[in-house]
Ligand binder design. Sequence first.
Ligand SMILES: C[S@@+](CC[C@H](N)C(=O)[O-])C[C@H]1O[C@@H](n2cnc3c(N)ncnc32)[C@H](O)[C@@H]1O
Length: 396
Amino acid sequence: MQTEAFIRNDLPEPDAPSAAHSERVAGHIRDVIELAGGSISFAEFMQHALYAPGLGYYSAGARKLGSDGDFITAPEISPLFGHVLARQCAFVLDQLGGGAVFEPGAGSGALAVSMLTKLDELGALPDRYLILEVSADLRERQEARINLECPQHRDRVSWIAGLPEDFEGVVVANEVADAFPVERFRIQGGEVLQARVVTDGPRFAWQYARAPDLLRDAVRELETDTGRALGDGYESEVSPGLRNWVTDLCASVRKGLVLLIDYGVTRREYYAPERGQGWLRCHFRHRAHDDPLILPGIQDLTAWVDFSMVATAASNAGMSIAGFVTQAQLLIDGGLEKELAEFNSMPVARQVKLSGQVKLLTLPSEMGENFKCLGLQRGALLPPPALIASDRAHLL
Ligand SMILES: C[S@@+](CC[C@H](N)C(=O)[O-])C[C@H]1O[C@@H](n2cnc3c(N)ncnc32)[C@H](O)[C@@H]1O
């Protein structure tokens, strides 16, 4: 996600319909809190704020992605991103002698369009292009975009209601892992406390309570993994929902490659002493800030990904690590240069536009370093070039 500022005071006022929608979402969450006896875990709060049917950020109709939304993702910045990913898919599909592409969380459909277009150009169209989308609104937008921008491939695309079974092919999940509700915790007096959400007049507020066993065990496990006890006052997140999803996703793959692309770090970096505020981020109208309890239902809530946790869940589910690279390396080693082969003969205006896109996707100060790609594979396959040259899986 590409956003501009980290200043909460800088947030624009929501327009009247958005404010009214947020009030409806807040009302829904207040009811849930009351029914639960006065408080809910932050993970439950995040689940409702993002996914409450017809209300949540991803379930209701607000425009989220793109220049008139709240954030912009790599496939929205440039089709170059999907073109390079298509090259990796083609490399794997060729080894498998065919297969499908599966895209969970396809957003606006931009990635599907750019990958299908490039796969066609490479003569490597998949048998099927499957999309799993939890948001009914986004699913409609995906279909409309595919109908408009690559109608010739529409018959290949189908939307599925759950993870596929016995999948063979390539899974591409861009910025999906960060969208899973997270549990937030604080260490106090050596104890693990769970962050909970209560109502406070018209607003929401934090409350801390003794952590349930699952959360406490997850925190103790990460302390063991990093070889370091977290100090008093330390706050962060764990994502049991993401761990379960990765386990289920891996179980659904019979043979092939999974590419998970997101902003994230290794476990040691995630729980480093200086990161005692955690990795939650909120996105509203191209501003990033760190108060998830405001603007319910009209701002995106995300958490950076602990890629070591994902790698461990995948290994436990029998998949091996094909590679772990930054987004910049993924693109550079994956064929970005080939995509720009005609650059010198392009009109200047096009060159300027493409240069801007490449900078956003690859510069360390933009998306190049914070975003990583973790490749997971099952079966005897050569990992695609993008995952090999600069692999840093040993850091996980
Ligand atoms: C930040 S958007 C990224 C969209 C798109 N992949 C892109 O890069 O532009 C997150 C997407 O994941 C979807 N999503 C969230 N949880 C999901 C789940 N459990 N399974 C499938 N999609 C999910 C959201 O509805 C949304 O489409």
